[in-house]
Design a protein around this ligand. Structure first.
Ligand SMILES: [Zn+2]
Length: 103
């Protein structure tokens, strides 16, 4: 998800001032890794919100949120996240295709 938001912000918010930060990802009080990011405030809010929700997800085996039986996102945030995901998914898809062609 981190990559998706970063990519979305790079492409879509080129003119928006960006903030640098590091998000510490932890699970059950244990620090797993740190994710450096460089995104705008709007994306940062979404990013932190998304990770907070992921962390508190009650499901043992995380279903993809799209298929989650009880999505924990608030509607407006979920809509935004869905947009970011589909945009970046497409971008990543395109990047892949471009790489294949340039070989
Ligand atoms: Zn952004």
């Amino acid at each position: 998800m981190h990559r998706f938001i970063q990519l979305h912000c790079d492409k879509k918010h080129q003119d928006v001032p960006k903030k640098k930060g590091v998000l510490e990802v932890s699970f059950k009080e244990e620090s797993l890794c740190e994710l450096p990011y460089h995104i705008c405030e709007e994306c940062e809010t979404l990013f932190i919100y998304g990770y907070g929700k992921l962390k508190n997800c009650p499901h043992e085996h995380k279903p993809s949120c799209r298929k989650c039986p009880d999505p924990c996102y608030d509607k407006p945030m979920w809509k935004k996240m869905a947009q970011v995901m589909s945009f970046s998914g497409m971008q990543l898809g395109l990047t892949k295709i471009r790489k294949i062609f340039s070989k």
